[in-house]
Design a protein around this ligand. Structure first.
Ligand code: ADP
Ligand code: MG
Length: 250
C-alpha cells in the first residue's frame, strides 16, 4: 500500500530568515486520521498549505511532498500538474469558505467542478447525477434538509458540515482540515469531528486535521503529531502523550 502523504526533509523559511517548518520525515498511510497539534504559530497551517502546493518550500535540499502517490512539490518547485493532484485533496477551513449568498446545494455541487471535464461544467451539460451525489453527501453529513437554504443562514457547525460535503462530492481521498472547529461551540465541534471520523472509518478517507485543543485530538484521532516552532516534537498514540510533551508544546 502506498502512503497517502509523504513528507521528506521539508524546510520553509519566510523572509527575515525565520525557519517556520523543519520536518525531517512524516508519512501518513491511507485510512489514517491524524491530528496536528501545536501552539498558535507552530506551523500547522503552513504545513497543510505545503501539502496542497499552495505554499512552496525552500529551494534546495530534498524538500519533497507526495500526496496520493503523486509529487506535489520537490526542491521548491511545485508540480506542473498540481491542479490535478489537488482534485484528490479536500479542504476544510476554519472559516468554512462557502459562498454565503448561494444555496447549500450549489456550494456542495461546486466540489464537482474540479473533477468534471471542462465541457461538462457548461450550462446545460452539467450532469444531473451530480445533484444526486450532492444530496447524498448532504445526507451523509446530516444536513440534507438544509440543501435549499442560503449557506449564510446556517450555523457555523452546519456550514462546516456543508464544507465537508463539498469535499465528498469532489471525491477527495485525503481531507486536510485546518482548525475546522476553532470557531465552533463544543457541541458543534463534536459533531464536525464525528463527521470527519465517520468518513475516515467508513469511507477510508485519510484525514489530517489541525487542532488547537489536545483533548479533542485525543478523543478523535489515533495518532497525534505535535509541532513546536515547525518541528515535530511528538508523533504517536494519544496514550503516549505525556504531560512533559504537552508542556513542551504549549
Ligand atoms: P499555526 O497555524 O500553527 O498557528 P502558521 O503556520 O500560521 O501557524 O504560522 C507559522 C509561522 O509562520 C508563524 O510564525 C507565522 O507568523 C509565520 N508565517 C506564516 N505565514 C507567513 C507569511 N506569509 N509570511 C511570513 N511569515 C509567515
Ligand atoms: Mg493556523
Amino acid at each position: 500500500m502506498h502512503p497517502a502523504i509523504v513528507i521528506e526533509a521539508l524546510e520553509k523559511t519566510f523572509q527575515g530568515n525565520r525557519r517556520v517548518l523543519d520536518i525531517a520525515s512524516l508519512t501518513v498511510m491511507p485510512g489514517e486520521m491524524v491530528a496536528i497539534i501545536g501552539a498558535s504559530g507552530s506551523g500547522k497551517s503552513t504545513l497543510l498549505r505545503h501539502l496542497s502546493g499552495l505554499a512552496r518550500a525552500d529551494r534546495g535540499g530534498t524538500n519533497r511532498i507526495v500526496v496520493n502517490g503523486r509529487c506535489v512539490q520537490q526542491r521548491g518547485h511545485i508540480a506542473r500538474d498540481v491542479r490535478q493532484i489537488r482534485a484528490g485533496i479536500g479542504f476544510v477551513f476554519q472559516q468554512f469558505n462557502l459562498v454565503g449568498r448561494l444555496p447549500v446545494l450549489t456550494n456542495v455541487l461546486a466540489g464537482a467542478l474540479s473533477r468534471l471535464p471542462l465541457w461538462r461544467t457548461l450550462p446545460g451539460w452539467f450532469p444531473e447525477c451530480e445533484q444526486e451525489r450532492a444530496h447524498q453527501a448532504l445526507k451523509r453529513v446530516g444536513i440534507e434538509e438544509l440543501s435549499q437554504q442560503r449557506a449564510s443562514t446556517l450555523s457555523g457547525g452546519q456550514q462546516q458540515r456543508a464544507a465537508i460535503a463539498r469535499a465528498l462530492v469532489q471525491g477527495a481521498q485525503v481531507i486536510l482540515a485546518d482548525e475546522p472547529i476553532a470557531s465552533l461551540d463544543p457541541e458543534s465541534s463534536r459533531r464536525v469531528m464525528q463527521t470527519l471520523a465517520d468518513l475516515n472509518r467508513q469511507d477510508g478517507i485519510t484525514v489530517l486535521v489541525s487542532l488547537h485543543q489536545v483533548d479533542v485530538a485525543m478523543q478523535f484521532c489515533r495518532r497525534i503529531v505535535a509541532l513546536r516552532h515547525g518541528r515535530v516534537v511528538f508523533d504517536g498514540a494519544p496514550s503516549e502523550l505525556t504531560t512533559g510533551v504537552l508542556s513542551e508544546v504549549y
